[in-house]
Structure formats: C-alpha cells, structure tokens
Design a protein around this ligand. Sequence first.
Ligand code: PEP
Ligand code: MN
Length: 358
Amino acid sequence: MENIVYLCILFQESIMIKTIIAGPCSVESREQLRQVTAALAAMPRVTLIRAGVWKPRTRPGGFEGLGEPALQWMQELAQEYGVQYCCEVAKPKHVELCQRHGITTVWIGARTTGNPFMVEELCSAFAGSEMQVLVKNPTSPDVSLWLGAIERVLQAGVKGVSAVHRGFAMYHNRGYRNEPLWEVPMTLRRELPEVPLLCDPSHIGGRRELVAPLVRTAVQFDYDGLMVEVHHAPESALTDAAQQLTPAAFADLLSQLSTSDSQHSTFNSHKLDSLRSQIDEIDHELLSLLARRMEMSRQISFIKHDLQMPVYQSGRWSDVVADRLQQATALGLDADFTRALLEKIHGESIRVQLADKA
Ligand code: PEP
Ligand code: MN
C-alpha cells in the first residue's frame, strides 16, 4: 500500500480535490439539519450538503430516516442558507419526492448498486430529468457490477453521473469498516475516465480518526471529490455516530487540502522526466529477464521429463524462496511483496512447464 501511494505521488501532475460534499449521515430533526447546514454554508469549498432521508439499515430495528418531512425541511433550509442538498434514493418513489422538493442531486447507495433490477427501476425515474446521480460502489468488490450500474444510469440519459468509492464489505477486515481496495476504483477509472470519481472516507473508515488519513490517501490517488459525513454533535447521531466529524474537525481537514494546482519547478519537472525514463528502462529490463527466466523453465521441463521428475519440486522451491527473501531483506525490499512476486513468477514457471507436457 505504502509503495502504491509513493508511486502515485511521483506520477502526480497536480493535486486538487474539486467537488466537496459534506453533511450528516441522516436528517434527524429540523434543528439538527439547520445547525449542520449553518456550519457548512459558511465553508465556501462545500459544493453540496448530503443528508440521508431513507436509511438502508443492514438489520431491522434501527433509525430508518424521516422520509418526506425531512425533504420539506431541506427545501426550506436550502432557500434560507443558499445551499443545495443531495440524498440517497432506492426506489422510483424516492426520486419523485426529491424532484418535488427541489433536490436535483441524488446518490444510489451501495446496497442498491448491487441490484440491477433496482438500478433499472431508478433509471426509469431519472429518464428525461436533469438530475445529477452519484453511484456508490456495491458492497462487494465487483467492478463490473459498479460499472454496470453507472452504464445503466448513463444510458438513461443522465448527464451528470459520478462514482463514489465507499469501500467494500469483507468477512475479515483490517481495521476499516469497509476495506478501501484502492485498485477497484482505479480499475473503474481506467474503464470510465470521463466519470468523476469521489471518495467517501467516512463509510470506508467507520471511525472519525480514520477520515483524515483516508482523505490524504484519496488525494494521492487523484480523486475528483470527497463525500464526508459531518454532524454538529456526532456522538449523539442516530446513525453512524462513530464516523461523523464535527464541523470544526471538517474545516480543519479542508484547510489541509491544497486549493490550487501546484506548480512544478523546472528543476523538479526535469528530475521527474529523468526518473520516469529510468523506470521505463528498468521495466523493460525486468521483462527481458522474466522472458529469459521462463525460457530456462521450459528447457528444465524437458530435462525433468527425461529424468522422470515431477514438475513441482517443493524442496527446491522452499530453498529458492528462503534465498531470495534473504537477498530482498538485504536490499531493503518488503518481504510480503517479495513473497507475492516470487509466487507469481513460480506459478507462471509451473504453467509453462506443464504446457510443454500437455
Ligand atoms: C450513506 O451514505 O449514508 C450510506 C448509507 O451509504 P452506503 O450506501 O455507502 O452504505
Ligand atoms: Mn452513513
């Protein structure tokens, strides 16, 4: 992970987060919405206020949102504070109610994105409207499901479509509420480069102390925007109390984000070009070496066949791994990275040797 972030710093042309969406997980009362709106309206970089009105609860019995009365307050407060709100929709009826209350940006939640039938139904409700739609990733790390939902919304004629990375539910997690698995949104971006990509560090982290470090990582992955949960009294929030930031903590976080494209000095631009061409050269050498290594494996497979030895030699392989790990440590390379790389190479070597047997 650290390695990936470091590489991204190196390849970064400029660092700037453009769209900033912030607000409470849920609307809990008119006064709660007013307080957080007043605080966020005073932050010029906040482009949109998020506030859930229908809450998809994993298990029954929790606070499920206030529905239409909350939309009414949003409409009034939008006028009073000159702000715009967005909220989650899961049914065509939600879309219709949002439109009726002047809410023109909505998001499709993680649990809905994973269900093509529900996405289709929402798309029929979006068709012909000027709505902006944010599509959160599905709960599983299935990039096709996420892509498919975005493609459906685009096909419905929606012009303003963005993707929101909110992390992935795992049976084992390593300290996050939802694992970030940064490679998944990066794959999505490669497939749909024109769709802005936002990061929701609140639902990834699940704890407020993880939000700032996740935002710093998102900046290095060149996200176009953020969606952050902010509540004036997070500890007493009815949903997601552990992950919401106070407006003061959020303002502090915003102040750490740069506001304009950074300028490279000429010296650093030259240095960057030179380092990149050295990396290009090293990659070409690595590939030539790998091709040579596979050729050795191919020749070895004929000898093994002749000597009636099985292709897979576990003793030899353990020796190779131990030797290479020792060398990697001396060179300052990460042991897990080295082990994973060796496994990949060995897997390919076995495949090559077996192919000659087939
Ligand atoms: C939310 O944004 O409050 C929410 C429920 O999000 P998700 O769909 O990412 O769980
Ligand atoms: Mn939430």
